[in-house]
Each structure stands twice: as C-alpha cells, then as structure tokens.
Design a protein around this ligand. Sequence first.
Ligand code: NAP
Length: 523
Amino acid sequence: MSDTRIVVPIMAPTPKAMAALVEKALGAGAEAIELRVDALTSLAGRAVETLAAQTRQKAGPSRPVVVTCRDHREGGVLDHPLAARIEAWVSAIRAGSDYIDVELENFRLVQVSRPVREALAQAPQARLILSSHSMTGPFAGLQWRYDQTVAAYPAAVPKLIYTANHINDCFDALDLLRRARQDTITFCMGPAGWITRLLAKKLGGLFTYGSLESAAATAPGQIPIDQMKGLYRSDAIDGDTEFFGLIGDPVGHSMGPVVHNACFGQLNMNRVYLPLWVAGGPEELFAFLDAVRARAWLDFRGFSVTLPHKTSVLEYARVNGGTVEGLAARIGAVNTLLLDRQGGIKAFNTDYVGAMEAILSTLKIGRGDLKGRPVAVVGAGGVARAIVAGLCDAGARVTIYNRTVSKARALAGEFGCTHAALDELANVKAGLLVNCTNMGMHPEVDATPVPAEVLRPDMAVFDTVYNPAQTQLLRLAAQKGATCIDGVAMFVNQARAQFRLFTGEEADTALMRQVVARGLEGA
Ligand code: NAP
C-alpha cells in the first residue's frame, strides 16, 4: 500500500475552464488531479482525450491523473448518456490517464466492462477504480460491498464512499481501511464525516480528496487543500501520528485546532489536532469515546471538551474507571481528557487555571490578594462554575448575577457565596467583575450584560468571551478607565495548560496569542 495522496477534483463546464483549474490546483499543492468530466456540458471523447493528455503532461510523473465521469445517480453533475460516458473512460485511458473511476453498478454491465477491460489491456499504466457511493447514509453492508468490488475486478482499487450522518458513522470506514490488504479508497462525505478524510492518511488509503477552496468543493465535507496542508498539517500525518481534538457541538469556530496545531508544528511533533463534531447528548458522546478507546490503532491521545459535553465527560470518566482530578470533580465539569494506549482515562479542568492566571497576571497580584475581595460573577453556566470555584478557593467574596435566578442560587449554594438577579448589577460595588455569559460574543457583538453606568475607573473587568477579543463590555470598561482582562488571555492560558497535559512540553504562549489573533481576524 502506498502513501496517501490528496487528490483535487476539478469540475467546470468546459475543457478550457477545467484546464485553468488544473493549473491552480497544481499550484496549490495537489498531489493528484481528478478530472470530473461529468461536469462538461458537452461530453465528447476527443475533448476528454485532449484534456486528459494535457493534464497528464502538466502534472508530471509524480502526480497521478484520475478521470471520472460520475453517474448522476451517484452524485454526477450532469446526466450524460451511458454511451458517451463509456467513450469518455476509454478516451481517458488512451490519453495516458493513470486511473479511471467507474461505478461498480455500471461496471457490472457488459456494455461497460467489455470496452473498459479492452482499453485497460492496451494501457499498462492505467488502473481501474471501482466506486460505490451511498449519498444518504452508511452502506447496509460495507464489507460485503467491498468484497463484491474486489470480486468484480481484483486488480481494481475498491472505492467506497458514504455520507456520515454522525461522527459515529465514521468508524466503519476507518475499520475497513485498517483491514484492507490492497490499495483502497474509503472515507465519509458530509460535515460529520470529514475526519475520515484526514485519518485516511494515517491508515494508508490510496487517495483522499480535498477541494481547491471551500466554494469549489465537489462533495459535501471536502476540506480545502490549503487547510489540509496548513491548519491540519496533513503532510506530517503518517502511520505513527497521534491525534488530539476538540469534542463539542458545534466545533466549527473553535480556535483549538489553530493553537494546538501551530504548537505541534513548531515543536516538530508527530501530532495533529482535529475538531470532532459529536452531536447529540451523553449517549452519542459515550458511543464516540467507546469507539475511540476500542481502536488503540487510531492513536487518539487527548481531547479538549466543550459544550454540551463538559459534564457528561466527567461521568464517562467515572463510570469507566478513569481518574478525575480533584479540581474537575469539585467544579463538576471536565474540559480536558487524556487517553493512554490501554484506553485508560484521566480527566482535568484547565478553565479554572486559565481564568485565574489571566486575573492574577493582569492585576499583578498573588492568589492570597483575592482573599476577602468582593467579586461580581455574571452568569451561572459552565465557565462561571470554574471561575467561581477558583475565586472561592482563593477566599474572594463572590456574588453571582444571572438571568435565571434559580441557577445563580444553586451555584451560590454549592460554593457558599451570594447571588442576585441580573438587574441588581446596577448596585454592584465589587472591584472585580467577570462576565461569564455569552453576551457580546460574535455575531451579537454589540450586546453586554452590564450597563455602562455600573463601570468605574477603580474596577477590573474580565470578559471571558474571546470572539471578538475586544467586546462591547471591555470597550465600555476601557472608556471608563477600568482595567481590562480579555477572554483571549484565559483561552491561551487554558490551552497552554492543556498542551502541557497533552505533551508534557511547554507551548509558546506568544505563538498561541499570535495565531488566535490571526484566526479571529479571519473568523
Ligand atoms: P453556558 O453554560 O451555556 O452558560 C451561558 C450563561 O450565559 C448562562 O448563565 C446564561 O444565563 C447566560 N446567558 C446566555 N444568553 C444570555 C442573555 N441573552 N442574557 C443574559 N444571560 C445570558 O455557557 P459557558 O460554557 O459557561 O460559556 C459562556 C461564555 O464563556 C461563552 O461566551 C464563551 O465564549 C466563554 N468561554 C470562554 C473561554 C475562554 O477560554 N476564554 C472558555 C470557555 C467559554 P441563563 O442561565 O439564564 O441561561
């Protein structure tokens, strides 16, 4: 089995437009080109032959050329007659293409298999990819279909692509790739399946597919090649790569991949961090973690955990005999999970230390200086829990203000502090105010939970929201002359603590800050 190549599929209505995209894809680092000639408005054998021959020449000897004329039923762009499609495949082989991709269902027809077999016999360089696509969900019998494909033409590369409706649908494809003893292509379509496009590199799939840019994706869930190579360090992925990731729902806008992958890269580590979209509740989360732990060969070693799974992960660690750090148990939430090679679990919470470090370093005080200080915490959700725990541990006099007063009361009761309704913020006297609500977060950037009149020059204001870094609350606080602490400081601190747990090494904080700032600019 060979090193996995990233194929960039090319689709356009004319050969000229396709040729221009081929140039662009080769410039962007495509490791192979797929000409999706089903997108041509006029499908003529001669035009396909010329396009394939030109592409073969441009790609050079190290970058294979695949010609595909996908059936409309399996995701093809236009519904070309079968006779025209057969002519396209045969012309592509004649033009020197390295692979042609034919659907298994069509190859079973004698009028397809006979001319294709004959053309292949005349062109020793060309290989057949026999593909099947399930557009709406997993195949009923993936292994059965794989065996059928091998039986239909043993020298072909079996290609089985299906839509994952949940991340837990991905494991069948990964298992198949792991078992395969010959060149095989399998991965999942759809946003829930996209991790398989990167994990295919670890498991030695023949090809994985990336788009030129998001808008040019030829299948749902395709990752732009610059992201695959840049953000997700696909060039570094091999059989020994260890994986980390963010478990949550949603995960799309997290800065976790940006900071951890930048630091893995800087330290030349064979590690990659992925967003892991685990939709649903505890049942789906537990199934995901069970599946990962049952597959030590995937080398998942650690996770960041975000909404809505921070509490359920703690429960998972407990019921599976894991170790839960005392602090995480006290907070009642976990944001970092480590797995060892035997599936053993350790759970931590680094939000606490991230927030406390941000407060202490900005105010240039020690933990002991918080003793007896009045602090207003706005919000009573997950982040508020970690921050209230930290502040109470340090002896601060905390009052929790929350929209839903019952939640403020419950949290205050747990940590022995006081609570109030949100509108009572008008009378706040505390010298430190911490926003732990979502208010002010992108895209509601003009929102603030605290009225401007409440803010004073002798106050320190800490906003845990980090997208944007300069929130409306911090803008107003700065105008009043208050000391400001932004959410990026907390994010970077908690990520640095996580990185230490993941790797035992120190991350470069300046690099983390820099990539988060760049990432937020582009968000
Ligand atoms: P959460 O558990 O869902 O809690 C959300 C809190 O915000 C609740 O107290 C909720 O009040 C309140 N809230 C939401 N919308 C509101 C509104 N329109 N008006 C008033 N209150 C509102 O969320 P979380 O995990 O604690 O996250 C909260 C924030 O922390 C997020 O914005 C996130 O950006 C930030 N965060 C920052 C970091 C970092 O490293 N900087 C890390 C994690 C999270 P109710 O109880 O009344 O619903």
